[in-house]
Design a protein around this ligand. Sequence first.
Ligand code: PEP
Length: 251
Amino acid sequence: TSKRKPLIAGNWKMNGLGSSAPEFVTVIGAYMGPMRHAVDLMVFPPATLLTSFATATRGAGVLVGAQDCHPEPNGPYTGDISAEMIADAGGKAVIVGHSERRADHSETDALIRSKAEAAFRAGLVAIVCVGETADEREQKRAAAVVGEQLQGSLPDAAKAENLVVAYEPVWAIGSGLTPTIAEVEEMHGFIRAELAKRFGAESDKFRILYGGSVKPANAAEILTAADVDGALVGGASLKAADFLAIAKAAQ
Ligand code: PEP
């Protein structure tokens, strides 16, 4: 059992329309019970649903966030949204450096760090994602890659209240594949040690999430692994029943 309150975060990616609201309302309803005391819950819908989801969760304890932000507060950046806009829409958190952003939008560690800094500036929690590719793991470079990503993408001002690290091996995302529990514990232990080097005693308080093909069937095993303080859930977060089953496994 962890001294840190577990966090289960659902990343909806580019999924969800206004008609998805009932699915989300089911999650809120279930969370209003005893689960609320044992687990933190966050949902990251597409930006188009941020306001309506934030309104729906008011007072319910489920936090809503966005999947990305621009480093600047405003300006000539067509199609982007800022951390301040997310906060204004009722968001409390933002995911930065997801592997799909790193790969599809060529995001660098330096950019991701500036986005995390923007999140802090706007009073949001930043969930910073790191993780190696299949090739990097095969070449036994997983820890080196993750270490470099942490070094480059975590702001100096990070605190346990405003920063969560998500370890998401790229090859495990959406693939149905997961690392062994020993591999998860090894990487989470490594990340904790890197945080200790950089942030000292505070490192004990940071939450480190595992992400990549977490499902109701494997959640309990993953969530009880050492140094795993919750999960970032993609596909399985779209169905309220699955997402809630994962949250229950975290209690
Ligand atoms: C993710 O992309 O953050 C993720 C963990 O996806 P999935 O759960 O679908 O593997």
